[in-house]
Design a protein around this ligand. Structure first.
Ligand code: SAM
Length: 266
């Protein structure tokens, strides 16, 4: 049984990076009238309480969204999702990626969410009630292969593993190659940590070699604790929606105020 639980990390700077760009990508994709598919291979529980003991224990949200919420103007799609959520729940609630998608998608869009952990999966089902979402308690990559190409054919897949299984770094480029063979028009977005150990580097090299036109956006930030190995967050986006590289550049500038220059390539 995997032990990772995202509540310890919810709302940290990596979440802020991933969720701010996800919100922009969904905003751009839903500007056209046509419906889209949204698929998540590693969904988490969808809704987090940042005042919980688990969230407070690491203090990552305090260094993350609680410190930088002022970065986002009221019309930023992540700010709109947060405001909407805080009206419905209390001000210490924080949306996971499925709930961000749920709030930005339309009734005609389709969502497919995989979450393996039984407790997280049960919480996800609860959080997604009222949204056009199907929640699956199964391996996210198996679901991704079973669903691609999805109907509707336009859309986005978020791949956001915890990398608790170190083999994920080797397997992800193979999974993505199979997914893009089946679904060459889909936006495929992979999150990865920037690690002092450089464990992520061979995976990234493989993705860059295979998808030279993809958008790669990385931000750096101070480690959550002294000696912590994660020093930044990366998103690799195949078929990025039009406009997202501009949003990425703006986000990079904001992260740059933390003292490390951002890196964008597309
Ligand atoms: N995407 C979420 C968000 O941004 O709000 C966070 C997801 S968290 C980083 C990774 C999740 O993947 C965990 O909840 C974990 O239980 C789940 N998980 C781990 N292995 C999985 C697998 N093979 N298939 C589906 N879910 C998995």
């Amino acid at each position: 049984m995997l032990s990772y639980q995202h509540i310890y990390h919810a709302g940290n700077l990596a979440d802020v990076h991933k969720h701010a760009l996800l919100a922009w990508m969904l905003t751009y994709l839903t500007r056209k009238d046509k419906p889209i598919s949204y698929i998540e291979t590693h969904a988490g529980r969808g809704l987090y309480d940042l005042s919980s003991d688990a969230a407070r224990k690491t203090g990552e949200a305090a260094q993350g969204i609680e410190a930088v919420s002022g970065w986002f103007a009221a019309d930023h799609p992540l700010a709109q999702v947060l405001a909407d959520l805080h009206r419905a729940h209390d001000a210490t609630s924080y949306p996971g990626s499925p709930l961000i998608a749920g709030k930005l998608l339309r009734a005609t869009d389709r969502m497919h969410l995989a979450e393996m952990h039984p407790t997280e999966h049960a919480a996800l089902r609860q959080a997604m009630r009222g949204y056009p979402a199907k929640c699956y308690q199964q391996d996210g990559f198996a679901l991704a292969h079973a669903l691609t190409p999805p109907t509707p054919r336009r859309g986005l897949m978020l791949i956001d593993p915890s990398y608790e299984i170190k083999d994920d770094y080797a397997q992800i480029p193979k999974h993505i190659a199979r997914i893009t063979r089946a679904w060459n028009v889909g936006t495929i977005c992979v999150w990865y940590p920037l690690l002092t150990s450089q464990l992520h580097a061979p995976m990234l090299d493989a993705l860059i070699a295979k998808y030279p036109d993809a958008l790669r956006h990385e931000v750096r930030f101070p480690p959550a604790r002294p000696g912590h190995g994660m020093i930044g967050s990366g998103l690799f986006v195949i078929n990025p929606p039009y406009g997202v590289s501009h949003a990425a550049t703006q986000l990079g500038t904001l992260f740059g105020t933390l003292g490390h220059p951002p890196q964008t390539r597309c």
